[in-house]
Design a protein around this ligand. Sequence first.
Ligand SMILES: Cc1cc2nc3c(=O)[nH]c(=O)nc-3n(C[C@H](O)[C@H](O)[C@H](O)COP(=O)(O)O)c2cc1C
Ligand SMILES: [Mn+2]
Length: 499
Amino acid sequence: MRDLREFIAQAECEGELRRVTAPVDWNLELSHIAKLNEERSGPALLFENVKDYASPVLTSVCTTTARLALIMGMPKSSSLVDLMREWVKRTRTQIPPVWVDSAPCKENVMRGDDVDLYKFPVPWVYPKDGGRYFGTAVFVVTKDPDTGWVNLGTYRLQLLDKNILGTQFIKGKHADLMLKAYAAKKQPMPVVAVVGADPLLFLMGAARLPAFESEFGFAGAIRGAPIEVIKAETNDLPVPASAEIVVEGEVDPTATMPEGPFGEYTGYYSGIGATPRPFIKVNCITHRNNPIYWGTTVGRAVTDTHMTMALTYGSTLWQELEAMRIPGIKSVYCPPEGSGRFLAIISVKQMYPGHSAQVGTAAISTEMGAYGLKTVIVVDEDIDAWDLPRVLWALSFRFQPSRAEFIKRGRSTPLDPSLPLDAREITSRLIIDATIPYEWKDKPIPVELDPIVEKRVLARWDELFPEQSASEAVPISGDGNGHIQSSEPVVAEGAKFEM
Ligand SMILES: Cc1cc2nc3c(=O)[nH]c(=O)nc-3n(C[C@H](O)[C@H](O)[C@H](O)COP(=O)(O)O)c2cc1C
Ligand SMILES: [Mn+2]
């Protein structure tokens, strides 16, 4: 998949995309259709008849696991954990981008006074938002002035004027670090904001990769081929060759404009009114013919943001636990409902006393977990981290509240609505060890089926229930615990509720 148009074609082929031809208003109506569609686990939507505009708007691209699988080139039946496992595997290496000389993203160029961001059908998402947000399914490309490291990060961009975009680079994010480096040199920071490209690049923009690593390189590794980039018109930043809309500009590190508020992924606003923040002064826009504007709703779970973070943040946590050389990690699942960061479930094959406790304390000490992770649940290897009914079973019958660890102080995020607005710097944490203690000599005695009788019954299944199809005839995968392999998601859905 090279660009958004290929995604649209493939998604349409798979019944994963619906064209909306009825007239729709960009002002609240479009976002509300998208949000209500997402709450029904609906398809990606391509709005072809947006009020006041001739070009289309795409939404709801990443809101289901099936479409994330499509983006990653994986089978549609993959579970989120299957995708994470593959993400962890493929991003062990990088394939750097390649430069090309001509590209579709240059089909149209606006410069200087011709720059007009209002030429694009930018939605107004929620009524209490501070305005229209040009950048939601966006990524911002910047370069470190000292090392030349190029970063790609998804940061919202508010439409403040025909050539002004408000930013919110949260402290410590890579664009924020780079802006500080430009400030030290008393120089403006060149930026490029991209809307609509290979959707994998949006996932990469939202991924929390280490500083000095290239998101383009990791995207190439996942694709198994380098990402094609071309130089921007007014600076030397790389732009994906087949991007739909490319906004070029500069951020003056000494200037601010009021930005926000915006309906955050926590489902709450993170403050009242607008806040002074750095902004992008746009000096050039290039775009494809009939550019496809891609947007996302954010707001309450589950949206693109939650699915994206569940995949990318969860994968990073998994990778960091492996990098800490903790043995026995079977699966990691950071539910989309917790935006892939506030809640983590980790399945471990315990090998020594205290192993599960180590996993819990390690998780909150990773780079990923140390920022925002509030609750960790550790389960034994017979339970898949994503198998929530079995996790709840472990919480009921293996977990002992006196074995939970409560940590009083850790780094928080200003977005966490469980803390008062004026005290969001520090969070507490909870580690719930829902495993059977390794050192117990007398472990609980599991109720198991007789394996021989089980086999015999399964062999007679067709005779007993002739109306059922063959695939339904294998209700349990057969390890005696009702434990289902994640490669059998369809069977697992039905079977896991029988416990
Ligand atoms: C739709 C969406 C909007 C986001 N908006 C912001 C934002 O405005 N500011 C921010 O700091 N992070 C935002 N994030 C989270 C960042 O994309 C994420 O932390 C990413 O790691 C940043 O890239 P970096 O690690 O290269 O700094 C957003 C993520 C998504 C998916
Ligand atoms: Mn980065």
